[in-house]
Write a protein that binds this ligand. Sequence first.
Ligand code: PLP
Length: 443
Amino acid sequence: MSRQEVDQLNEIERMDKEHVFGTWSYQSEVSPTQVVGSDGMRFSDAHGNEFIDFSGQLMCSNLGHSAEKVSDAIAEQAAKGAYFAPGFTTEVRAKLGQKLAEVTPGDLTKTFFSTSGTEAIEAAIKIAKFYTGKDKVVSRYRSYHGATYGSISVTGDPRRLAAEPGIPGAIKAPDPYAYGSTLDPMESLEYIDEMLMLEGDTVAAVLVEPIVGSNGILVPPAEYLPRLKEIAHNHGALLICDEVMAGFGRTGEWFGCDIFDVEPDIMTMAKGLTGAYQPLGATIVNSEIAAHFEDNMLTHGHTYAGHPVACAAGLATIETYQEGNLIKHAGEVGEYLGERIEELAAAHPSVGDTRGVGLFRGIELTKSSEERMPFGERSDKLAKGSTVVDQVAGMAYENGAYVANMINTLIVAPPLTITPDEIDEAIAALDVALKVSDDAMVD
Ligand SMILES: Cc1ncc(COP(=O)(O)O)c(C=O)c1O
């Protein structure tokens, strides 16, 4: 950062910059903005600006910023008993376990609680290995599953490269990415079938995000996930669905896999599980896997497994989804969001592709619509400086809408409580911002 930019930081921001690491960043480029408040769909900074939260922060604030039932439940549980060791149970932990068995598909029944999506994946990998007695996990290149050694090893996006070679047995497969891949989505699936055949009977699980999140909001064809489950099972592997981002109503269904009517063997959750009011991860397994651990040790645990305050938040969050009919609302208002995004695509030549379902939408940009040339390459994720896609998000922010972006795609994932008027407001900011990419096109 230049001296001038540092001078623009306030005291809190300067203190933070000096003493706190920014995530996934060259620290010289980190410029923390102090946020001071939030209300409903909006948050405000210490410089007097207010923003509509069009990505629910990191695609996790599913209830917006004023979910009183959840904050009350947190305060109540903190006063009653902030922490007990995992060997004890609490009413909120037991009820949340039961609730997850109720809202997740089919026979998924027993949960291991942790504190993040990353840890939910770590537990899923270990459980799959313990249960099957096999070591390998097949996941896909355009995926993000977490930051710790196991979860980054099964992640496909460029963030994994710095951690490689990572854990043994993490094998990558191609993705259902019709816009940008040379493989047709269903062909990519048959490629996975071939991979599993060639690996022999050594793969514990196939791990996928049913709808890929930060790697571009990739929605596979309807037949993809059912066939993937069939392929995995034919080769003696489990299907793990990572619902950390797609779960809890974002797609207009409880979980991304519900859209495809597929019940995974193991499912991971976090983010929307508490609407980000508390850090909580969860790994739920079917009854057969659960039964395996009756007489085989579950060699896994954390100090904060089943943390009472986090579980209280989770329970209150799910009740809020149910009482407010928010999953259905997300589907309905998500249709409107989709229509408004299509209007943006029609008006802006730099919008190469739009994808998504419900309130889970991606806008992929291009500098040449003819050749589908991206503004942001995968390698840019690890490079210094900003891309045109970053600049588009920056311009939306200047115009009052916070929109996340990754590599070459803007990620729209607002709280499920958003209204059509609020969608219009954020779309207006994006409309201005997309002129930046239109102007940067090569054709
Ligand atoms: C699909 C998916 N899985 C796992 C993770 C890791 O979750 P966390 O950042 O809570 O550790 C993320 C985070 O964005 C995610 O999107």
